[in-house]
Write a protein that binds this ligand. Structure first.
Ligand code: C6P
Length: 411
């Protein structure tokens, strides 16, 4: 496979040509927070507003038909992208957070009871912790956490040990947003099914970066966000197995999710619309369809291979910075994320000084406080990469970090 050329890809992203702080060429290393958007996505959304802006599923007029066709067409292409057996299993939501909350409310409130166990991991993002804590509190259930090892890998022997006949649901990120660890999704799902529990995958970081096939993983649910995969904010996806979705009660009530409403009760629309109350993000759904086309044309295999290269390059380059500690495993087990600390400098100061050089990274707990607590650090700095990240971007990061050391008189 020919390696993709990030320098050519960059031309598809207008914002990457931008200068910040007057004359500093932007180096965007915060794609795990949100990715940049290619021209094709911006145009697809503009095209909707300029040419056929209209509500979906409602009007019997030309524009509404065009909008409905584009919106439902996007759903079909997103279903293909994750190899869902049926577009009806692809539910548009706002983001990963909403998808996980939907499962906790709709499936969880019907199926979780006192003493049941929900198994998560210590490397989860808050949006894959808090909805389950709320559910457990309400139902008297117990949330347990699989620990991670010193290398930032999931402790798999412990995972198998924690699976018991009380476990009803396992929910885990297939890629960590801090360590970058790529977890063995297939093995986790299989072990979960072997004890009769359901498996939920938080794909917020994996779907944008790796080939994800829900039928191969055999997961019961998969949640992901459009904005981290070249698509717009405000749209994400919940994939679920059809039989489960059919059984689940609606999450939100309102227009579009009903078949018939009477004053003494209502009945529900078919999937996927049963879970899509109210006017959806139409431009956003169409934009996500364009993002999926864009990524598919390049190929998720090629994107993953390139990110392994650039992550390897980054880890090597960062190791030259004195006093740095990169969190998580080595490049072979990692997606395009390098979270780190530098002895004697707060991550916020690192981020601020890098920003003066035009280099955008994220600093803080990255919505993964338990992970940082376990490492006994309040925060970390994080550079994250995507298909448009070049070796020059990494070199600018390293130059910036060496300047940080000088400013703090660490040398
Ligand atoms: N992580 C980051 O900078 P939303 O905000 O709903 O689109 O995605 C939530 C989410 C869930 N799981 C994982 C593994 C994630 O990384 C995220 C989002 C961003 O790391 C923003 S906090």
């Amino acid at each position: 496979m020919m390696m993709l050329d990030a320098k050519v890809i960059r031309n598809d992203f207008p914002i990457l040509l931008k200068e910040v702080h007057r004359d500093k060429q932007l180096v965007y290393l915060d794609s795990a927070a949100t990715s940049q958007k290619p021209q094709a996505v911006i145009e697809a959304m503009n095209g909707y507003y300029r040419n056929y802006n209209s509500n979906v599923h409602r009007g019997i007029h030309r524009l509404s038909e065009e909008a409905t066709t584009a919106y439902e067409g996007a759903r079909e292409r997103i279903a293909n992208f994750i190899n869902a057996p049926d577009p009806a299993c692809v539910i548009f939501v706002r983001n990963t957070t909403e998808a996980l909350n939907l499962i906790a409310y709709s499936w969880g409130r019907r199926n979780i009871g006192a003493g049941d166990e929900i198994l998560l991991t210590e490397m989860e993002h808050h949006s894959n912790i808090v909805p389950w804590q709320l559910l457990a509190e309400e139902k008297g259930a117990v949330v347990r956490y699989v620990p991670f090892t010193e290398a930032g890998l999931l402790d798999l022997p412990k995972f198998h040990e924690y699976l018991t006949e009380r476990t009803k649901l396992v929910s885990f990120a297939s890629m960590s947003n801090v360590f970058g660890t790529i977890n063995p999704s297939k093995e986790i799902v299989k072990a979960t099914h072997d004890i009769g529990a359901l498996a939920v995958i938080d794909g917020a970081q994996s779907v944008p970066h790796l080939p994800v096939d829900v039928q191969d993983f055999d997961c019961d649910f998969l949640a992901f966000s459009g904005h981290k995969m070249c698509g717009p904010t405000g749209v994400g996806v919940l994939y679920g197995k059809r039989a489960l979705l059919e059984e689940m009660p609606p999450f939100l009530g309102g227009g579009d999710m009903i078949r018939r409403v009477q004053l003494d009760g209502s009945t529900w629309n078919d999937l996927p619309w049963k879970f899509e109350a109210g006017t959806p993000g139409i431009a956003e759904g169409i934009g996500l369809g364009a993002a999926v086309d864009y990524l598919s044309n390049i190929g998720m295999g090629a994107i993953h291979a390139y990110e392994q290269f650039i992550t390897g390059y980054a880890l090597e380059a960062l190791s030259e910075v004195k006093g740095i500690r990169v969190l998580g495993p080595g490049a072979a087990q990692k997606g395009g994320v390098a979270a780190f600390t530098i002895d004697g400098v707060h991550p916020h100061d690192i981020s601020q000084l890098l920003d003066e050089d035009g280099v955008a990274i994220r600093a803080g707990h990255h919505c993964a406080m338990p992970l940082h607590q376990k490492l006994s650090i309040p925060a970390s700095a994080r550079a994250s990469f995507y298909l448009y990240t070049t070796t020059e971007d990494i070199d600018r990061l390293v130059t910036g970090l060496n300047r940080v050391r000088k400013v703090f008189r660490l040398d």
